[in-house]
Design a protein around this ligand. Structure first.
Ligand code: WTA
Length: 620
C-alpha cells in the first residue's frame, strides 16, 4: 500500500495545515489492508473538541458558530464560539464528575438541538466515544445500538416537534431501557418544554437513573482541559445498515477523521470566513457528524442548523431559511430537492436566494434533470453545483466535481491521493470508459478502522472481497474524460431519501409476524425519495390477508426500526422466486417492481412460472 512517498508527503502537509496538534506524529501511515490494520499519524496527540473550539477563541470568540432555527420560524438561538466552549466544558465536567472516562461510550439520542452538538463535543473533549442514534429510530433500534455499543450514559430529550407531530422521545427511552438488559447507568434529559406549545405528556421519571440536563450542568465550571488523545483513539461509533440484519458499528478515529472533515469542508465548498453555511442533514447520520459538526467547526465556520422539516409549515421553509440567514453554501439531499421541485416554480418565487454561491448534494444520485433545476431554478444560475460521493465508512467526501468541471450527474474525477477505481466482476481494474464496482485503491486517513466488536466482518465486508481494494458496495460509470457517475448500490442496501436501510433488517422484522412464512424486501425507484421499499410477503398456509395485517406489519416496522423504514408497498404473494438451493432471487423481484419486462437468466429458478404469476399479483 501507499506505493510511493508522494502520498505521505501530501498527507503530512494537510495534517500540518488543518490540525492543531499537542504533539506531532512520528509515522504518517503504517499498517496493511491484508490485516485491516490501518494507522495514521502514530505518535501524534490532539483533541477534536480543541480543534473545533479552543483554537478559534483567541481572535474569533464572538463569531457565531451556529444559528439554530427551531421547528417554528420564530425559534432561533445564536451560539458564539465562546458560548459553545462554555456549554461544552460544563457538560464535559459534569460527565467527568459522574465518572465517565476516556474510551467510555456515551449514547446521544437527540433531535437537532444545540445540546446534540454540545454532547458530541463534550465527549470528544474528555475522550469518551459518542454513538449518536438518529432520533427517528424506534425504541427497539435504540436498545440494539445501546447493547451493541455498551454505552454507559444516554443523553436524550423529553420530547420534540417534527412539523406538527409531537414525538415523545423519552417514552422511547423508557421502552428501550426499562426491563431490558443494558449498560446504561444514567439518562440525562433535555427539557424541551419551552419549544413545544402543547407539551402534553407526563414525563415518566426514574429518580435514581434520570437527571434533568439543566441540573446536570448547573454549577459546573466553564473550563475543562481537553484530553490529549492518541491519533488512533476512537472518536465515535456510528451504526449504519449493511446487507445483514444487524447494523454495523462503524468506528472512526480521532486524527484521520478530523483531518479529512476539516480539509474537505474547506476544499470542496471553497469555504471562506465570509460564508454562511447550511447543511440540511441530521446529526444522526454521517453527513451530520462530518458536515454539521466536525468539518464546519474545525474551520471556525458559521452554520445554520435546522431542527424542523423542509415542508413545514409549507414548502417554502428551506428557501425562507436561506434568505433569513443569508446562506451562501447550501448542502442537501436529492430527495429534498425533488420534493421542492415537485411543488413547481411558485414555491421558488417566495424567496430571493441572492446570497447563495455554492450548492451541494449528497446521499443519492443527483439525476441530471434535478441537477439542472438546482442550478437554473434554485440557484438562479449564480451557483456552482457540487455533487459529493462518500459513505459512513469513508468518513468524508471522496469524490466531488471541481467548480470548473460542472457536468450534470457527475461526482467528478478520482484524485491521485484518494484513487477511486472501477472493478469488473473478477476484480480487475477497468481502464478508460466503463461501468463497474467502485473501489478505493489506497488507504486514506478518514477511513473506517473496524466494525465495533467485529473485525472479521469488517475484513470480509470491505477488504477481502477484492484484496488490495476497499470495496464500497456502489456501482459507477466513467466517461471518456474520466468523469464518474454513481449508479447506485450493488448490495441489499436500500437508500430511502438518503437513509440507508438493509433489506435483511426489514425482513427480520416482518418475519416476526406469526402469519408470515417468508418475505423478501427490495428497492423500488421512486420519483421523490429516489428509492422506496417494497416488501413481498408469503403467508403461512391457511392465513388470509386483510387490512389489519397490513397495518400490523407497518406498526411492527415503526416499533422495531422507525417510520422512515416503512415499506411503500407490501405485496402478499403466493410464492417467491427461488433457486434450487432455496435462495430467493431478489433480482427478479427488483425487476418486477421497477416495471422491467426482461428478467435475464431465470433458468436457475425452481419455479420459473412464478415470474408471470407475481406480475399479475403485483398489478392487482
Ligand atoms: C449513496 C452518506 C450517489 C451511495 C454520505 C453510498 C450517493 C451511500 C452519493 C452511503 C452521491 C452517497 N451520488 N449516491 N453523491 N453519496 N451516495 O453511509 O450508495 O449514509 O454507498 O453516507 O449513499 O450512505 P451513507
Amino acid at each position: 500500500m501507499l506505493a510511493n512517498n508522494t502520498d505521505t508527503k501530501f498527507w503530512d502537509k494537510q495534517a500540518t495545515n488543518f490540525i492543531s496538534w499537542f504533539s506531532k506524529w512520528h509515522t504518517t501511515y503504517s499498517g496493511s489492508w491484508d490485516t485491516g490494520d490501518t494507522k495514521w499519524f502514530a505518535g501524534g496527540k490532539l483533541n477534536a473538541s480543541y480543534n473545533c473550539i479552543d483554537r478559534h477563541l483567541l481572535d474569533k470568540s464572538d463569531r457565531i458558530a451556529f444559528m439554530w432555527e427551531g421547528n417554528e420560524a420564530n425559534q432561533n438561538i445564536n451560539i458564539s464560539y465562546q458560548q459553545l466552549h462554555d456549554e461544552v466544558c460544563k457538560l464535559a465536567n459534569a460527565m467527568k464528575n459522574m465518572g465517565i472516562k476516556k474510551h467510555d461510550k456515551v449514547c446521544i439520542y437527540l433531535p437537532m438541538i444545540p445540546e446534540a452538538i454540545f454532547s458530541m463535543l463534550a465527549c470528544s473533549r474528555i475522550g469518551a466515544i459518542h454513538t449518536v442514534v438518529f432520533a427517528g429510530f424506534s425504541h427497539n433500534a435504540l436498545l440494539d445500538r445501546i447493547q451493541a455499543s455498551e454505552a454507559k450514559l444516554l443523553i436524550t430529550a423529553d420530547a420534540y416537534m417534527r412539523g406538527d407531530k409531537y414525538i415523545a422521545l423519552k417514552n422511547n427511552v423508557d421502552l428501550a431501557l426499562n426491563n431490558h438488559h443494558n449498560s446504561i447507568a444514567k439518562v440525562v434529559v433535555v427539557d424541551q418544554s419551552k419549544y413545544i406549545t402543547n407539551h402534553n405528556h407526563n414525563i415518566n421519571w426514574i429518580t435514581d437513573r434520570d437527571i434533568p440536563y439543566e441540573d446536570f450542568i448547573s454549577n459546573q465550571a466553564v473550563t475543562c482541559q481537553p484530553e490529549p488523545m492518541d491519533a488512533e483513539d476512537p472518536l465515535f461509533i456510528l451504526y449504519t445498515s449493511g446487507s445483514t440484519g444487524k447494523p454495523k458499528g462503524v468506528v472512526h478515529t480521532t486524527a484521520g477523521y478530523l483531518l479529512q472533515s476539516c480539509m474537505s469542508f474547506n476544499n470542496v465548498f471553497n469555504y471562506t470566513s465570509s460564508d454562511i453555511y447550511f447543511c440540511a442533514a441530521d446529526i444522526g447520520w454521517i453527513t451530520g457528524h462530518t458536515y454539521i459538526v466536525y468539518g464546519p467547526l474545525a474551520n471556525a465556520a458559521t452554520s445554520v442548523i435546522f431542527s424542523g422539516m423542509p415542508m413545514y409549515p409549507d414548502e417554502t421553509r428551506i428557501l425562507q431559511i436561506i434568505d433569513k440567514y443569508r446562506v451562501s453554501i447550501f448542502y442537501t439531499s436529492p430527495t429534498a430537492l425533488r420534493m421542492l421541485m415537485s411543488k413547481g416554480d411558485q414555491a421558488l418565487s417566495s424567496s430571493s436566494r441572492h446570497s447563495l454561491r455554492l450548492l451541494g448534494s449528497v446521499g443519492e444520485p443527483l439525476n441530471p434533470d434535478v441537477w439542472r433545476w438546482y442550478q437554473h431554478k434554485l440557484g438562479k444560475d449564480n451557483c456552482k453545483i457540487v455533487d459529493t460521493w462518500w459513505q459512513t465508512e469513508t468518513g468524508s467526501i471522496m469524490l466531488h466535481p471541481t467548480t470548473d468541471n460542472q457536468l450534470p450527474g457527475s461526482v467528478g474525477k478520482s484524485t491521485d491521493y484518494m484513487p477511486v477505481v472501477l472493478l469488473d466482476d473478477d476484480g480487475n481494474e477497468i481502464s478508460g470508459t466503463g461501468t463497474g464496482m467502485l473501489a478505493i485503491a489506497k488507504p486514506w486517513p478518514s477511513q473506517v478502522r473496524t466494525l465495533y466488536n467485529n473485525h472479521q466482518f469488517f475484513m470480509e465486508t470491505y477488504l477481502q472481497c477484492y484484496p488490495g481494494y476497499f470495496f464500497s458496495g456502489d456501482k459507477a460509470h466513467r466517461d471518456k474524460n474520466d468523469n464518474l457517475f454513481i449508479i447506485g448500490r450493488m448490495d441489499d442496501v436500500i437508500n430511502v431519501s438518503g437513509h440507508r436501510v438493509g433489506s435483511a433488517e426489514i425482513e427480520n422484522v416482518l418475519i416476526e409476524h406469526p402469519k408470515i412464512a417468508e418475505t423478501a424486501v427490495v428497492a423500488t425507484s421512486h420519483n421523490i425519495k429516489g428509492e422506496c421499499i417494497s416488501a413481498f410477503v408469503k403467508l403461512i398456509d391457511g392465513c388470509k390477508a386483510n387490512s389489519e395485517l397490513y397495518s400490523k406489519l407497518e406498526q411492527l416496522i415503526n416499533e422495531k426500526i422507525g417510520a422512515f423504514a416503512r415499506p411503500e408497498n407490501i405485496f402478499i404473494v403466493t410464492d417467491l422466486p427461488k433457486t434450487r438451493s432455496g435462495k430467493i432471487m431478489r433480482r427478479i423481484l427488483r425487476d418486477l417492481v421497477n416495471n422491467k419486462t426482461e428478467f435475464g437468466d431465470t433458468s436457475t429458478l425452481t419455479n420459473p412460472e412464478i415470474v408471470n404469476d407475481l406480475r399479475s399479483q403485483i398489478s392487482r
